[in-house]
Design a protein around this ligand. Structure first.
Ligand code: NDP
Ligand code: MG
Length: 391
């Protein structure tokens, strides 16, 4: 198999993006050949000076122009080292299919990742996928396309990386159940009466993981776990009802697979995204990582489990229902959530309103089986509008 060498990092200024660059920085044989951001040109510029990519995309065109002007004015890079600067969806697609790249890390947040992921598949790039929203909304398009184009996709999400690792060397028919672990987030054990006044600053305090703001809010509502159930459903071709979320508060077990003979395999480790990121780039190799997250089993003593409270964390329950219904429903669920999270972060709706808004969108927007991409994107717009119109 061809080894990963040149990586296009989509979303390089985010939590997963910067950690991907840590792995690249620590390995001389890896190169970040293309980088993209939405608007954070300050960090992107530092990354350009360090990694000297051939192509960069800034989603907002005016910020892209600013970046290009600054790069020229500062004169730090030679003429040959100056990257091509592009913008918008067209720019993202260009980065996703950048000729020099053999691998594309999709670390964008939200369903904006669908088109770049499809573009990378069409361009026969190997894919490391962190962007779960893409599979949630368009798994029925992405998975057959991977097969058709004979493209390898490895998950980055820690639970899915764990499941992928547990399944290496196993027959798909042997799977009885996937146990998808969840930390339960910062509000584990609380009831609706305590949750109703929670603010963004409370929800942004995750006990185990430091992540981007959107996924951190999704963890506090447990919508993240619903998205991950749908993500697992596509990645491993297992029915939603055989994917069971289970609380494991310290995030030491990253997920488990139970087989037909009763054997259960688990993948354990310190809660660090560096391991699944590196695995998505190196597998089946496991080189030593410089920033080495280690779990000390000699002092661990115990691992606790609990079942999630589906009544209080309604987002988890209705998300699993959306996955079971399929068609457009996961898109309605996801797009309504993306918009509700923005409103919550802006302090315009309360914590419990997030799941209520999603539920309302699921009740009001019509479902269709096997939607194509234009239909998915049109439904995204409708769901976002509906959530916003009620703010
Ligand atoms: P962040 O918010 O930290 O980073 C998102 C990246 O995407 C940034 O580079 C951002 O640019 C860019 N971006 C955001 N919106 C757009 C847009 N509309 N168009 C183009 N680019 C955009 O997210 P995370 O790194 O936390 O998450 C990325 C994905 O990985 C998500 O799907 C998340 O669910 C998944 N994931 C994350 C984990 C984590 O530990 N963080 C764990 C498991 C999965 P800018 O900086 O300029 O805004
Ligand atoms: Mg996860």
């Amino acid at each position: 198999m061809i080894e990963t060498k040149n990586i296009a990092v989509l979303g390089s200024t985010g939590s997963i993006g910067t950690q991907t660059l840590t792995v690249i920085r620590d390995d001389e044989s890896l190169r970040a050949c293309a980088l993209t951001a939405y608007s954070n040109i300050k960090l992107l510029k530092e990354q350009i000076y360090e990694f000297k990519p051939g192509l960069v995309c800034v989603y907002l065109p005016e910020r892209a122009e600013e970046l290009e002007a600054e790069l020229r004015a500062e004169g730090i890079l030679s003429h040959d080292e100056l990257p091509e600067v592009v913008s918008g969806m067209e720019g993202l697609l260009k980065a996703a299919s950048y000729e020099e790249a053999d691998t594309v890390m999709v670390a964008l947040v939200g369903m904006i990742g669908i088109r770049p992921t499809l573009e990378a598949i069409k361009a026969h790039k190997r894919i490391a996928l962190a962007n779960k929203e893409t599979l949630v909304c368009a798994g029925h398009i992405i998975m057959p396309k991977l097969k058709e184009e004979n493209v390898l996709l490895r998950p980055v999400d820690s639970e899915h990386s764990a499941i992928y690792q547990c399944l290496m060397g196993e027959e798909p028919d042997s799977i009885e159940r996937i146990w998808l672990t969840a930390s339960g987030g910062p509000f584990r054990g609380m009831k609706a009466s305590e949750l109703k006044d929670m603010k963004a600053s409370d929800a942004l305090k995750h006990p185990n993981w430091s992540m981007g703001s959107k996924i951190t809010i999704d963890s506090s509502t447990m919508v993240n776990k619903a998205l991950e159930v749908m993500e697992a459903r596509w990645l491993f071709d297992v029915d939603i009802d055989r994917i069971t979320p289970i609380i494991q508060p310290k995030s030491i077990i990253h997920s488990m697979v139970e087989f037909k003979d009763g054997a259960i395999k688990a993948q354990l480790g310190a809660p660090s995204m560096l391991v699944p990121i590196a695995f998505s780039l190196y597998a089946p190799r496991r080189p030593k990582l410089k920033e080495e997250p280690r779990l000390d089993l000699s002092t661990l003593k115990s691992i606790e489990f609990d079942m999630p409270d589906m009544l209080t964390f309604k987002g988890l329950r209705i998300g699993i229902e959306a996955g079971r219904e399929g068609g457009l429903m996961p898109t309605i669920f996801n797009a309504a959530n993306e918009e509700a999270v923005v409103l919550f972060l802006e302090g315009r709706i309360g914590f419990l309103d997030i799941a209520d808004r999603i539920e309302e969108a699921m009740l009001r927007i019509e479902n269709t089986a096997k939607p194509d991409l234009p239909h998915i994107l049109e439904t995204e717009r409708k769901a976002r509008e509906l959530v916003r119109s009620r703010a």
